[in-house]
Design a protein around this ligand. Structure first.
Ligand SMILES: *Cc1c(COP(=O)(O)O)cnc(C)c1O
Length: 447
Protein backbone atom coordinates (compact mmCIF):
# COMPACT_ATOMS: atom_id res chain seq x y z
CA UNK A 1 0.00 0.00 0.00
CA UNK A 2 1.32 3.42 -0.88
CA UNK A 3 1.91 5.59 2.18
CA UNK A 4 -0.36 8.21 0.65
CA UNK A 5 -3.30 5.91 1.42
CA UNK A 6 -3.36 4.94 5.08
CA UNK A 7 -5.41 4.46 8.23
CA UNK A 8 -5.58 7.22 10.76
CA UNK A 9 -7.22 5.58 13.76
CA UNK A 10 -9.85 3.40 12.16
CA UNK A 11 -10.53 5.68 9.19
CA UNK A 12 -8.91 5.18 5.81
CA UNK A 13 -7.44 8.35 4.28
CA UNK A 14 -6.07 9.60 1.00
CA UNK A 15 -3.36 12.03 2.13
CA UNK A 16 -5.26 14.13 4.71
CA UNK A 17 -8.77 13.45 3.46
CA UNK A 18 -10.97 10.67 4.91
CA UNK A 19 -12.32 8.52 2.07
CA UNK A 20 -15.69 8.57 3.83
CA UNK A 21 -15.84 12.33 3.19
CA UNK A 22 -15.18 11.80 -0.50
CA UNK A 23 -17.96 9.21 -0.71
CA UNK A 24 -20.34 11.56 1.11
CA UNK A 25 -19.57 14.42 -1.26
CA UNK A 26 -19.19 12.68 -4.62
CA UNK A 27 -20.89 9.31 -4.22
CA UNK A 28 -19.66 5.87 -5.22
CA UNK A 29 -18.17 4.19 -7.17
CA UNK A 30 -15.43 6.78 -7.35
CA UNK A 31 -11.75 6.73 -8.25
CA UNK A 32 -9.53 8.64 -5.81
CA UNK A 33 -5.99 9.74 -6.72
CA UNK A 34 -3.25 11.23 -4.59
CA UNK A 35 -1.39 14.11 -6.20
CA UNK A 36 1.55 13.64 -3.81
CA UNK A 37 1.83 9.97 -4.81
CA UNK A 38 1.93 10.94 -8.51
CA UNK A 39 4.62 13.54 -7.88
CA UNK A 40 6.61 11.19 -5.69
CA UNK A 41 6.69 8.51 -8.40
CA UNK A 42 7.77 10.95 -11.08
CA UNK A 43 10.37 12.41 -8.71
CA UNK A 44 11.85 8.96 -8.14
CA UNK A 45 12.46 8.60 -11.89
CA UNK A 46 14.00 12.07 -12.31
CA UNK A 47 16.20 11.64 -9.24
CA UNK A 48 17.48 8.25 -10.37
CA UNK A 49 18.21 9.69 -13.84
CA UNK A 50 19.90 12.86 -12.65
CA UNK A 51 22.70 13.99 -14.93
CA UNK A 52 21.39 12.17 -18.01
CA UNK A 53 18.79 14.64 -19.27
CA UNK A 54 16.33 11.82 -19.80
CA UNK A 55 12.85 12.17 -21.18
CA UNK A 56 10.22 10.42 -19.10
CA UNK A 57 7.22 9.85 -21.35
CA UNK A 58 4.27 8.90 -19.16
CA UNK A 59 2.23 6.17 -20.92
CA UNK A 60 -1.14 7.89 -21.21
CA UNK A 61 -3.17 4.71 -21.60
CA UNK A 62 -2.49 3.74 -17.97
CA UNK A 63 -4.69 6.63 -16.82
CA UNK A 64 -5.61 9.43 -19.19
CA UNK A 65 -7.49 11.82 -16.89
CA UNK A 66 -6.56 15.40 -17.84
CA UNK A 67 -5.72 16.33 -14.25
CA UNK A 68 -3.21 13.49 -14.05
CA UNK A 69 -1.66 14.41 -17.40
CA UNK A 70 -1.46 18.01 -16.22
CA UNK A 71 0.32 17.06 -12.97
CA UNK A 72 2.95 15.23 -15.03
CA UNK A 73 3.17 17.96 -17.70
CA UNK A 74 3.96 20.50 -14.98
CA UNK A 75 6.81 18.26 -13.81
CA UNK A 76 8.28 18.32 -17.33
CA UNK A 77 7.07 14.91 -18.45
CA UNK A 78 6.74 13.82 -22.02
CA UNK A 79 4.00 11.40 -23.07
CA UNK A 80 3.76 8.03 -24.78
CA UNK A 81 0.52 7.92 -26.74
CA UNK A 82 -1.18 5.12 -28.66
CA UNK A 83 -3.94 7.06 -30.45
CA UNK A 84 -4.90 10.42 -31.87
CA UNK A 85 -7.38 10.74 -29.02
CA UNK A 86 -4.58 10.45 -26.49
CA UNK A 87 -2.66 13.17 -28.36
CA UNK A 88 -5.67 15.47 -28.06
CA UNK A 89 -5.84 14.75 -24.33
CA UNK A 90 -2.15 15.54 -23.88
CA UNK A 91 -2.53 18.86 -25.69
CA UNK A 92 -5.72 19.71 -23.77
CA UNK A 93 -3.89 19.02 -20.51
CA UNK A 94 -1.04 21.39 -21.35
CA UNK A 95 1.45 18.74 -22.47
CA UNK A 96 4.24 19.61 -24.91
CA UNK A 97 3.83 17.96 -28.33
CA UNK A 98 7.61 18.05 -28.83
CA UNK A 99 7.91 15.56 -25.96
CA UNK A 100 5.38 13.07 -27.36
CA UNK A 101 6.25 9.64 -28.74
CA UNK A 102 3.53 7.82 -30.69
CA UNK A 103 3.41 4.02 -30.28
CA UNK A 104 0.91 1.42 -31.50
CA UNK A 105 0.55 -1.10 -34.32
CA UNK A 106 -2.41 0.49 -36.08
CA UNK A 107 -1.88 4.22 -36.53
CA UNK A 108 -4.37 5.59 -39.06
CA UNK A 109 -3.47 8.19 -41.70
CA UNK A 110 -5.63 10.72 -39.87
CA UNK A 111 -3.78 10.08 -36.62
CA UNK A 112 -0.45 10.46 -38.41
CA UNK A 113 -1.56 13.79 -39.90
CA UNK A 114 -2.68 15.07 -36.53
CA UNK A 115 0.63 14.10 -34.91
CA UNK A 116 2.68 15.61 -37.74
CA UNK A 117 0.75 18.88 -37.52
CA UNK A 118 1.24 18.95 -33.76
CA UNK A 119 4.99 18.38 -34.19
CA UNK A 120 5.57 15.33 -32.02
CA UNK A 121 9.05 14.08 -31.08
CA UNK A 122 8.77 10.77 -32.91
CA UNK A 123 6.67 7.96 -34.29
CA UNK A 124 7.54 4.55 -32.90
CA UNK A 125 6.90 2.62 -36.12
CA UNK A 126 5.91 -1.02 -35.77
CA UNK A 127 5.90 -2.43 -39.33
CA UNK A 128 7.18 -2.12 -42.87
CA UNK A 129 3.73 -1.08 -44.12
CA UNK A 130 3.52 1.61 -41.46
CA UNK A 131 6.87 3.07 -42.62
CA UNK A 132 5.47 3.39 -46.13
CA UNK A 133 2.20 4.93 -45.02
CA UNK A 134 3.95 7.42 -42.74
CA UNK A 135 6.29 8.43 -45.57
CA UNK A 136 3.30 9.04 -47.87
CA UNK A 137 1.29 10.96 -45.30
CA UNK A 138 4.24 13.17 -44.37
CA UNK A 139 4.98 13.80 -48.05
CA UNK A 140 1.36 14.80 -48.70
CA UNK A 141 1.70 17.79 -46.37
CA UNK A 142 5.34 18.56 -47.11
CA UNK A 143 6.68 17.38 -43.78
CA UNK A 144 9.45 15.05 -42.64
CA UNK A 145 8.30 12.50 -40.05
CA UNK A 146 10.72 11.68 -37.21
CA UNK A 147 10.84 7.90 -36.80
CA UNK A 148 12.11 5.29 -34.45
CA UNK A 149 11.53 1.60 -35.06
CA UNK A 150 9.94 -0.40 -32.30
CA UNK A 151 12.05 -3.51 -32.34
CA UNK A 152 10.87 -6.75 -30.86
CA UNK A 153 13.89 -8.11 -28.98
CA UNK A 154 12.31 -11.57 -28.49
CA UNK A 155 12.71 -11.50 -24.71
CA UNK A 156 10.33 -13.21 -22.30
CA UNK A 157 8.97 -10.59 -19.90
CA UNK A 158 7.73 -13.36 -17.55
CA UNK A 159 4.45 -11.61 -16.94
CA UNK A 160 0.79 -12.34 -17.73
CA UNK A 161 0.55 -13.47 -21.40
CA UNK A 162 -2.00 -10.73 -22.21
CA UNK A 163 0.52 -8.04 -21.21
CA UNK A 164 3.63 -9.68 -22.63
CA UNK A 165 4.59 -7.88 -25.82
CA UNK A 166 8.24 -8.65 -26.59
CA UNK A 167 8.13 -12.24 -27.81
CA UNK A 168 8.51 -13.28 -31.46
CA UNK A 169 4.86 -14.35 -31.71
CA UNK A 170 3.64 -10.95 -30.49
CA UNK A 171 1.87 -8.49 -32.82
CA UNK A 172 4.10 -5.69 -31.55
CA UNK A 173 7.27 -4.27 -33.04
CA UNK A 174 9.38 -5.28 -36.03
CA UNK A 175 11.27 -8.58 -35.87
CA UNK A 176 14.78 -8.20 -34.48
CA UNK A 177 16.35 -9.84 -37.51
CA UNK A 178 14.62 -7.51 -39.96
CA UNK A 179 15.37 -4.30 -38.09
CA UNK A 180 18.55 -3.33 -39.98
CA UNK A 181 16.87 -3.87 -43.34
CA UNK A 182 13.94 -1.71 -42.29
CA UNK A 183 16.23 1.03 -41.01
CA UNK A 184 17.93 1.07 -44.42
CA UNK A 185 14.53 1.40 -46.03
CA UNK A 186 13.55 4.21 -43.66
CA UNK A 187 16.81 6.01 -44.44
CA UNK A 188 15.99 5.90 -48.13
CA UNK A 189 12.39 7.08 -47.85
CA UNK A 190 12.36 10.82 -48.58
CA UNK A 191 9.83 12.00 -46.02
CA UNK A 192 11.23 10.19 -43.00
CA UNK A 193 14.04 11.11 -40.65
CA UNK A 194 15.48 8.40 -38.39
CA UNK A 195 15.81 9.60 -34.81
CA UNK A 196 15.93 6.58 -32.55
CA UNK A 197 15.12 3.04 -31.59
CA UNK A 198 12.49 1.71 -29.25
CA UNK A 199 11.36 -1.43 -27.45
CA UNK A 200 8.66 -2.28 -24.94
CA UNK A 201 8.51 -5.89 -23.83
CA UNK A 202 5.49 -6.02 -21.58
CA UNK A 203 3.81 -4.72 -18.48
CA UNK A 204 3.90 -5.51 -14.75
CA UNK A 205 7.44 -6.93 -14.92
CA UNK A 206 8.76 -7.79 -11.48
CA UNK A 207 12.41 -8.46 -12.32
CA UNK A 208 15.11 -6.37 -13.97
CA UNK A 209 16.55 -9.32 -15.93
CA UNK A 210 14.25 -9.12 -18.99
CA UNK A 211 14.70 -5.31 -19.20
CA UNK A 212 18.48 -5.72 -19.21
CA UNK A 213 18.36 -8.55 -21.74
CA UNK A 214 16.23 -6.39 -24.06
CA UNK A 215 18.47 -3.33 -23.60
CA UNK A 216 21.57 -5.37 -24.44
CA UNK A 217 20.02 -6.64 -27.65
CA UNK A 218 18.99 -3.10 -28.60
CA UNK A 219 22.55 -1.87 -27.99
CA UNK A 220 23.90 -4.54 -30.35
CA UNK A 221 21.51 -3.29 -33.01
CA UNK A 222 22.60 0.31 -32.44
CA UNK A 223 26.21 -0.77 -33.06
CA UNK A 224 25.19 -2.55 -36.26
CA UNK A 225 23.31 0.56 -37.40
CA UNK A 226 26.22 2.85 -36.59
CA UNK A 227 28.43 0.60 -38.72
CA UNK A 228 25.91 1.09 -41.55
CA UNK A 229 26.16 4.84 -41.20
CA UNK A 230 22.78 5.16 -39.49
CA UNK A 231 23.41 7.00 -36.22
CA UNK A 232 20.62 7.30 -33.65
CA UNK A 233 19.80 10.20 -31.35
CA UNK A 234 17.80 8.35 -28.75
CA UNK A 235 17.16 4.98 -27.23
CA UNK A 236 13.68 4.39 -25.82
CA UNK A 237 13.44 1.42 -23.46
CA UNK A 238 9.67 1.50 -23.02
CA UNK A 239 7.71 1.05 -19.82
CA UNK A 240 6.67 -2.08 -18.02
CA UNK A 241 8.00 -1.75 -14.49
CA UNK A 242 5.60 -3.57 -12.17
CA UNK A 243 4.09 -2.52 -8.87
CA UNK A 244 3.11 -4.40 -5.73
CA UNK A 245 -0.57 -5.42 -5.78
CA UNK A 246 -0.33 -8.27 -3.30
CA UNK A 247 2.97 -9.98 -2.61
CA UNK A 248 4.94 -9.15 -5.76
CA UNK A 249 8.39 -7.70 -5.16
CA UNK A 250 9.20 -5.53 -8.18
CA UNK A 251 12.47 -3.61 -8.11
CA UNK A 252 12.24 -0.08 -6.71
CA UNK A 253 12.22 2.63 -9.39
CA UNK A 254 15.75 3.67 -8.35
CA UNK A 255 17.07 0.11 -8.66
CA UNK A 256 15.40 -0.47 -12.01
CA UNK A 257 16.85 2.78 -13.38
CA UNK A 258 20.29 2.02 -11.92
CA UNK A 259 20.28 -1.36 -13.66
CA UNK A 260 19.39 0.26 -17.00
CA UNK A 261 22.04 2.94 -16.58
CA UNK A 262 24.61 0.27 -15.81
CA UNK A 263 23.82 -1.35 -19.15
CA UNK A 264 23.95 2.00 -20.96
CA UNK A 265 27.27 3.07 -19.45
CA UNK A 266 29.39 4.97 -21.96
CA UNK A 267 26.49 5.52 -24.38
CA UNK A 268 25.68 9.03 -25.51
CA UNK A 269 22.20 8.51 -26.96
CA UNK A 270 19.44 10.33 -25.12
CA UNK A 271 17.45 7.93 -22.93
CA UNK A 272 13.65 7.82 -23.10
CA UNK A 273 11.49 5.76 -20.75
CA UNK A 274 7.73 5.20 -21.03
CA UNK A 275 6.48 4.24 -17.55
CA UNK A 276 2.73 3.97 -17.03
CA UNK A 277 1.72 1.65 -14.22
CA UNK A 278 4.77 2.42 -12.05
CA UNK A 279 3.72 6.10 -11.95
CA UNK A 280 0.00 5.81 -11.34
CA UNK A 281 -0.87 2.28 -10.18
CA UNK A 282 -0.45 2.83 -6.48
CA UNK A 283 -1.50 6.47 -6.67
CA UNK A 284 -5.19 5.59 -6.94
CA UNK A 285 -7.92 3.58 -5.25
CA UNK A 286 -11.46 2.71 -6.26
CA UNK A 287 -13.97 3.63 -3.59
CA UNK A 288 -17.12 1.51 -3.52
CA UNK A 289 -20.08 0.85 -1.24
CA UNK A 290 -21.57 -2.46 -0.18
CA UNK A 291 -25.12 -2.73 -1.49
CA UNK A 292 -26.06 -6.18 -0.21
CA UNK A 293 -24.62 -9.06 1.76
CA UNK A 294 -25.89 -12.28 0.28
CA UNK A 295 -25.02 -15.36 2.31
CA UNK A 296 -24.92 -18.58 0.35
CA UNK A 297 -24.50 -22.27 0.98
CA UNK A 298 -20.97 -22.35 -0.34
CA UNK A 299 -20.00 -18.72 -0.63
CA UNK A 300 -20.98 -15.42 0.89
CA UNK A 301 -21.27 -12.55 -1.52
CA UNK A 302 -20.64 -8.91 -0.82
CA UNK A 303 -22.34 -7.13 -3.69
CA UNK A 304 -20.78 -3.71 -4.16
CA UNK A 305 -21.65 -0.78 -6.42
CA UNK A 306 -18.41 -1.01 -8.45
CA UNK A 307 -18.19 -3.68 -11.13
CA UNK A 308 -16.11 -5.10 -13.94
CA UNK A 309 -17.08 -2.14 -16.12
CA UNK A 310 -15.36 0.15 -13.60
CA UNK A 311 -12.34 -2.07 -12.88
CA UNK A 312 -11.77 -4.69 -15.55
CA UNK A 313 -8.44 -6.10 -14.37
CA UNK A 314 -9.83 -8.89 -12.15
CA UNK A 315 -12.18 -10.13 -14.91
CA UNK A 316 -9.60 -9.69 -17.69
CA UNK A 317 -6.39 -10.93 -16.09
CA UNK A 318 -7.64 -12.58 -12.90
CA UNK A 319 -5.73 -9.73 -11.26
CA UNK A 320 -5.57 -9.25 -7.50
CA UNK A 321 -6.46 -5.96 -5.83
CA UNK A 322 -6.29 -5.56 -2.06
CA UNK A 323 -9.68 -4.56 -0.61
CA UNK A 324 -9.81 -2.69 2.71
CA UNK A 325 -12.71 -1.35 4.76
CA UNK A 326 -12.84 2.45 4.83
CA UNK A 327 -13.90 2.20 8.46
CA UNK A 328 -12.24 -0.50 10.52
CA UNK A 329 -14.49 -2.03 13.13
CA UNK A 330 -13.38 -1.00 16.61
CA UNK A 331 -12.39 -3.93 18.78
CA UNK A 332 -13.16 -3.06 22.38
CA UNK A 333 -13.95 -6.34 24.18
CA UNK A 334 -11.27 -7.65 26.58
CA UNK A 335 -8.83 -10.19 25.18
CA UNK A 336 -9.64 -13.82 25.98
CA UNK A 337 -7.24 -15.66 28.31
CA UNK A 338 -5.16 -18.18 26.40
CA UNK A 339 -5.72 -21.81 27.41
CA UNK A 340 -2.93 -23.34 29.53
CA UNK A 341 -0.42 -25.19 27.37
CA UNK A 342 3.13 -26.48 27.67
CA UNK A 343 5.80 -24.40 25.94
CA UNK A 344 5.87 -20.64 25.63
CA UNK A 345 5.60 -20.52 21.87
CA UNK A 346 2.61 -22.80 21.87
CA UNK A 347 0.82 -20.65 24.42
CA UNK A 348 1.47 -17.62 22.34
CA UNK A 349 0.18 -19.36 19.22
CA UNK A 350 -2.99 -20.57 20.91
CA UNK A 351 -3.51 -17.14 22.43
CA UNK A 352 -3.22 -15.41 19.09
CA UNK A 353 -5.58 -17.89 17.49
CA UNK A 354 -8.14 -17.33 20.24
CA UNK A 355 -7.85 -13.58 19.79
CA UNK A 356 -8.39 -13.88 16.07
CA UNK A 357 -11.44 -16.05 16.56
CA UNK A 358 -12.89 -13.73 19.15
CA UNK A 359 -12.24 -10.76 16.89
CA UNK A 360 -13.99 -12.46 14.05
CA UNK A 361 -17.04 -13.17 16.24
CA UNK A 362 -17.20 -9.61 17.59
CA UNK A 363 -16.75 -7.92 14.26
CA UNK A 364 -18.84 -10.42 12.33
CA UNK A 365 -16.06 -10.77 9.82
CA UNK A 366 -16.64 -13.34 7.12
CA UNK A 367 -15.07 -14.57 3.95
CA UNK A 368 -16.69 -12.83 1.00
CA UNK A 369 -16.69 -12.95 -2.76
CA UNK A 370 -16.66 -9.24 -3.54
CA UNK A 371 -18.72 -8.86 -6.71
CA UNK A 372 -20.43 -6.15 -8.74
CA UNK A 373 -23.97 -5.87 -10.12
CA UNK A 374 -23.03 -6.68 -13.75
CA UNK A 375 -24.68 -9.73 -15.31
CA UNK A 376 -21.53 -11.81 -15.82
CA UNK A 377 -20.08 -14.48 -13.57
CA UNK A 378 -16.70 -12.95 -14.40
CA UNK A 379 -17.81 -9.76 -12.68
CA UNK A 380 -15.80 -9.89 -9.50
CA UNK A 381 -13.51 -7.48 -7.72
CA UNK A 382 -11.97 -9.96 -5.29
CA UNK A 383 -12.28 -13.61 -4.24
CA UNK A 384 -12.38 -14.98 -0.69
CA UNK A 385 -11.72 -11.77 1.23
CA UNK A 386 -11.96 -11.68 5.00
CA UNK A 387 -13.95 -8.54 5.70
CA UNK A 388 -15.89 -7.14 8.57
CA UNK A 389 -18.67 -5.28 6.80
CA UNK A 390 -22.38 -4.55 6.78
CA UNK A 391 -24.61 -3.24 3.99
CA UNK A 392 -23.60 0.39 3.27
CA UNK A 393 -20.00 -0.17 4.39
CA UNK A 394 -17.44 1.58 2.21
CA UNK A 395 -14.54 -0.35 0.73
CA UNK A 396 -11.30 0.84 -0.87
CA UNK A 397 -9.99 -1.26 -3.74
CA UNK A 398 -6.27 -0.52 -3.75
CA UNK A 399 -3.69 -0.13 -6.53
CA UNK A 400 -6.42 0.92 -8.96
CA UNK A 401 -4.72 3.99 -10.44
CA UNK A 402 -3.43 2.21 -13.57
CA UNK A 403 -5.62 0.50 -16.16
CA UNK A 404 -8.66 1.09 -13.94
CA UNK A 405 -10.64 4.09 -15.15
CA UNK A 406 -8.86 4.03 -18.53
CA UNK A 407 -10.21 0.54 -19.27
CA UNK A 408 -13.69 1.20 -17.90
CA UNK A 409 -16.78 0.83 -20.07
CA UNK A 410 -20.50 1.44 -20.00
CA UNK A 411 -21.48 -2.22 -20.08
CA UNK A 412 -24.94 -2.72 -18.59
CA UNK A 413 -25.55 1.02 -19.26
CA UNK A 414 -23.57 1.91 -16.19
CA UNK A 415 -22.36 5.53 -16.23
CA UNK A 416 -18.64 5.64 -15.54
CA UNK A 417 -17.41 6.55 -12.08
CA UNK A 418 -16.46 9.99 -10.84
CA UNK A 419 -12.76 10.73 -10.32
CA UNK A 420 -11.38 12.81 -7.47
CA UNK A 421 -7.84 14.03 -6.90
CA UNK A 422 -6.72 14.65 -3.34
CA UNK A 423 -4.05 17.28 -2.75
CA UNK A 424 -3.11 17.58 0.94
CA UNK A 425 -6.38 18.31 2.71
CA UNK A 426 -8.22 19.35 -0.46
CA UNK A 427 -10.33 17.17 -2.73
CA UNK A 428 -10.96 18.09 -6.34
CA UNK A 429 -13.52 16.52 -8.62
CA UNK A 430 -11.44 15.85 -11.76
CA UNK A 431 -14.14 14.03 -13.69
CA UNK A 432 -17.85 14.16 -13.08
CA UNK A 433 -19.83 10.97 -12.84
CA UNK A 434 -21.39 10.27 -16.24
CA UNK A 435 -25.13 10.55 -16.69
CA UNK A 436 -27.25 8.00 -18.52
CA UNK A 437 -28.35 10.76 -20.94
CA UNK A 438 -24.72 11.22 -21.95
CA UNK A 439 -24.47 7.52 -22.70
CA UNK A 440 -27.21 7.49 -25.34
CA UNK A 441 -26.85 11.08 -26.55
CA UNK A 442 -25.54 9.94 -29.96
CA UNK A 443 -28.15 7.24 -30.51
CA UNK A 444 -31.07 7.68 -32.92
CA UNK A 445 -34.38 5.94 -33.53
CA UNK A 446 -35.24 5.03 -37.13
CA UNK A 447 -38.45 6.31 -38.66
C1 LIG B 1 1.44 0.25 -22.30
C2 LIG B 1 2.71 0.78 -22.80
C3 LIG B 1 3.61 1.39 -21.92
C4 LIG B 1 3.39 1.47 -20.43
O1 LIG B 1 3.44 0.23 -19.81
P1 LIG B 1 3.41 0.11 -18.22
O2 LIG B 1 3.50 -1.33 -17.97
O3 LIG B 1 2.14 0.71 -17.76
O4 LIG B 1 4.59 0.88 -17.71
C5 LIG B 1 4.77 1.92 -22.45
N1 LIG B 1 5.03 1.85 -23.79
C6 LIG B 1 4.18 1.27 -24.65
C7 LIG B 1 4.53 1.22 -26.09
C8 LIG B 1 3.00 0.71 -24.19
O5 LIG B 1 2.17 0.12 -25.06
Amino acid sequence: MSSYFHYRGNQFYAEQVPLADIAAQFGTPCYVYSRAALEDGFGQFTKALQGREPLICYAVKANSNLAILNVFARLGAGFDIVSGGELQRVLAAGGDARKVVFSGVGKSAVEMLMALEAGILCFNVESDAELERLNEVAGSIGKIAPVSLRVNPDVDAKTHPYISTGLKQSKFGVPYNEAVTLYRKARDLPHLRITGIDCHIGSQLTETGPFIAAAEKILLLIDALTAEGIPLEHIDLGGGLGICYNNETPPAIADYVAALLGTLRGRSEKLILEPGRALVGNAGVLLTRVEYLKPGEEKNFAIVDAAMNDLMRPALYDAFHEILPVERKVKTAPLPTPPPLAGEGAIEQRGKQAIREADARKSNSSIYEVVGPVCETGDFIGHARNLSITPQSLLAVLSAGAYGMSMSSNYNTRPRAAEVMVDGNAMHLVRERETVQQLYAGEKLIS
